[in-house]
Design a protein around this ligand. Structure first.
Ligand SMILES: NC(=O)c1ccc[n+]([C@@H]2O[C@H](COP(=O)([O-])OP(=O)(O)OC[C@H]3O[C@@H](n4cnc5c(N)ncnc54)[C@H](O)[C@@H]3O)[C@@H](O)[C@H]2O)c1
Length: 367
């Protein structure tokens, strides 16, 4: 097992790269060697801001001899191309979500990675956070009995108010289902296993929206995808879930995930966060019992650490390409059902990731 810090190249130096670069440059197992972007000024600025020695084009990162893993933080429409180029360059890849825009493209990427002997991991890594891992440990201990059903809610006016370049969030491969669905669908996948079929209703009440912040505030842009999606999911293990993803609500209510079992209901923390308390309510209880989460809540980049440690010891990494492909297939099936009105099958499968122990810590190098 090598103790050399694992060489990382970041491609895509936009909004979310701040969270990643802050964490990746602080984790002792990693060394961020280069920041890259199509926009060289962004790459240069982020390298300077986070003390990264080199900056350049995507090709500079792909050709960097010290880089063993590319962190792909580009917009969803570029994910497949950048991940494929990294695999072709012999690098492992951590991709922001979604893995690709279509299932066939996702399958092709995972097959190419396997042939090349490199790994693909994919956001969200919030499933490795203290909140959701504590929920998993609680459910595994039998605290709610046998889990039967789940209810998730994500409602709000949409990200055009705060994101300075929000067009990609309303283009193919985004919308509330593809942008935020991975958080909700991944946590249920980790708790319930793979889904077998889904159904949905979709709506797009506003054909255009207006940017609300930044230098382009006031600019109108087209909305290409449903911004209200109400979905049903049936899991291969028999569990059922009702899920709402809406950017057509003045009321902001996000992060709502409840899992109901034979003995109690568990309210999970926001699946878009790494921390947060749990609440349990058993039949007859007058109120919720609060259970503090235990474990690391290091934030975005936790999945990269888990992947690097797994590569070093030859174990499976948890936020895997197979899990991301399954979540992607669920989202594309939900989208198809919203158009067709019929239940749609979900066929991909994944090995359920092993739980993390409460002592797992991205800031402490493991022996
Ligand atoms: N912004 C958030 O809060 C947030 C949160 C979680 C996940 N994400 C995900 O992170 C990803 C990036 O989101 P963002 O908000 O940072 O977007 P952004 O538009 O702010 O930044 C994307 C960056 O990628 C660069 N880029 C685009 N295509 C490229 C290519 N082919 N090669 C190299 N660089 C390229 C752009 O120049 C830009 O700098 C998306 O997949 C998004 O879903 C964003």
């Amino acid at each position: 097992m090598s103790r050399e810090p694992f060489g990382i190249g970041v491609i895509g130096c936009g909004n979310i790269s701040n969270q990643y670069l802050r964490n990746l440059t602080a984790f002792p197992d990693l060394a961020v060697l280069i920041c890259a972007d199509l926009d060289a000024a962004r790459a240069k600025a982020q390298a300077a801001a986070y003390g990264v020695a080199e900056w350049g084009s995507p090709d500079d990162a792909l050709g960097h001899p010290g880089v063993r893993l590319i962190v792909n933080l580009t917009v969803p429409a570029a994910h497949a191309e950048v991940t494929a180029a990294a695999i072709a360059a012999g690098k492992h890849v951590w991709s922001e979500k979604p893995l690709t825009l279509d299932v066939a493209g996702g399958r092709a990427l995972l097959a190419a990675a396997q042939a090349a002997g490199v790994r693909v991991g994919c956001a969200p890594d919030t499933v490795l956070g203290a909140g959701l891992q504590s929920a998993r440990r609680l459910i595994d201990s039998g605290a709610i009995g046998t889990p039967l059903t789940a209810l998730t809610l994500l409602q709000g006016p949409g990200p055009q108010s705060w994101h300075p370049d929000p067009e990609f969030l309303f283009a193919r491969g985004a919308g509330p289902l593809f942008d935020l669905g991975p958080y909700y669908l991944s946590v249920l996948a980790v708790l319930f296993g793979p889904a077998a079929r889904v159904a949905a209703i979709g709506r797009r009440p506003q054909a255009s929206r207006v940017i609300g912040s930044g230098p382009r505030a006031g600019t109108e842009f087209a909305v290409a995808v449903p911004t209200y999606v109400a979905a049903l999911a049936e899991y291969a293990g028999g569990q059922a879930a009702s899920l709402l993803f809406s950017w057509d609500s003045p009321l902001h209510r996000a992060g709502f995930v409840e899992v109901t079992g034979t003995e109690a209901t568990l309210a999970l923390p926001d699946p878009n966060r790494f921390d947060g308390d749990l609440r349990v309510r058993r039949a007859g209880d007058a109120d919720w019992a609060v259970i503090p989460a235990t474990g690391a809540a290091a934030g975005r980049g936790s999945g990269v650490i888990d992947m690097v440690r797994a590569i070093r010891v030859g174990a499976a990494h948890r936020a895997s390409g197979d899990l991301a492909l399954h979540v992607l297939e669920m989202m594309t099936a939900i989208e198809r059902s919203a158009a067709s009105g019929a239940f749609e099958p979900v066929e991909t499968r994944f090995d359920p990731p092993a739980p993390l122990g409460p002592q797992w810590d991205p800031y402490v190098t493991e022996d």
